[in-house]
Design a protein around this ligand. Structure first.
Ligand SMILES: [Zn+2]
Length: 325
């Protein structure tokens, strides 16, 4: 993990491996201190607090969660007494999709020989992701700390004269997607609306909303974007994300019209330059989402996580690339 200053008062803590759960956090070191997203486990959250401690004394008084996924909220509990801000949908969604005990069960299962064999036979992708996560993460002791302040469209903070705009943009990658804009310093903390140099993992939302949000970020014209995953970038990060999503949606349409399944399409779509991004087989999620839209299914249709990871695993195997999430 490393600390990077991105403007006068804005900082990022970046997880450099850039695999699943390696999420970034932000800090605005004014007006009591504001942290954006809190990492995937207590070890990483403590390391983030230590790094931010170099540029802000004491614990920040506010936390913003950019959405409900575990890798952005599982360190919340360490900010005792802080105001935790998120979109109105996030508390319920956290309970649905970020139950730490479920993920911990998967990680522990991967540790035990028998359950490893069973899991490997029935869900090779779930076993593979559990093994990968086990290398870096341990959810022992994680308890959900839910947002204490929720908002609907927009929430504005005044940090000693520096405005921070917390803007709801979901559902695009997840239901609660929120970006944090610091206009005076030309900074956007984009959450998982932007993945940089790694393949996005979209869950509940629509392509249309996601593309419009990327347009909004370009329109805000920040000098610096801190993405949810991957290195800091400028607006080219938003434009590349948009190009990727449009490309995947178009290619998915082509294969959908040939009556291929989403899994088969994911094995065949030419990755082009995106093959160099981390976790290229995660493409499957984006193809499956496109297919759901073509079939007019609701964007919040249930995802079977184990089956989805199995599909990613299968795509990587079929392509002869490393299985990586
Ligand atoms: Zn994330």
């Amino acid at each position: 993990m490393k600390l990077q200053q991105v403007s006068e008062s804005c900082f990022a803590v970046l997880n450099e491996k850039n695999r699943v759960c390696d999420a970034n956090s932000g800090l605005i070191n004014r007006g009591g201190g504001v942290v954006v997203d809190t990492q995937s486990d207590l070890y990483h959250a403590r390391r983030m607090i230590e790094l931010f401690g170099k540029v802000w004394p004491g614990m920040p008084k506010r936390v913003i969660n950019t959405h409900e996924d575990g890798d952005h909220v599982w360190g919340n509990q360490l900010f005792e007494g802080a105001e935790i801000i998120a979109h109105r949908t996030v508390p319920d969604r956290m309970k649905q999709v970020a139950d730490p005990s479920e993920t911990q069960k998967l990680l522990k299962g991967a540790d035990r020989l028998l359950s490893r064999l069973v899991l490997g036979a029935t869900h090779p992708g779930a076993l593979a992701i559990a093994k990968q996560l086990r290398q870096d993460y341990d959810l022992d002791g994680v308890e959900l700390a839910l947002p204490t302040t929720v908002f609907d469209e927009r929430h504005v903070l005044d940090l000693d004269g520096t405005e921070v705009h917390v803007i709801y943009v979901g559902p695009c990658h997840q239901v609660g997607d929120t970006i944090v804009h610091v206009p005076k310093e030309g900074v956007v903390f984009a959450g998982d609306v932007i993945f940089r140099e790694c393949t996005p993992m979209g869950w509940t939302g629509t392509y249309e909303k996601w593309l419009r949000t990327l347009d909004l970020i370009v329109w805000l014209d920040p000098e610096v974007i801190v993405p949810g995953h991957g290195p800091v970038c400028g607006i080219e990060g938003a434009m590349e994300m948009k190009a990727y999503l449009e490309y995947v949606r178009d290619e998915s349409r082509r294969f959908f019209e040939q009556s291929l399944t989403a899994l088969e399409a994911s094995k065949r779509i030419d990755l082009g330059p995106y093959g160099a991004w981390r976790g290229p087989a995660r493409l499957y999620l984006n193809v499956e989402r496109a297919y759901r839209e073509f079939r007019s299914e609701p964007p919040d249709a249930h995802w079977d996580a184990a089956k989805s990871f199995d599909a990613i695993y299968e795509v990587a195997k079929a392509r002869g690339i490393e299985v990586e999430f």
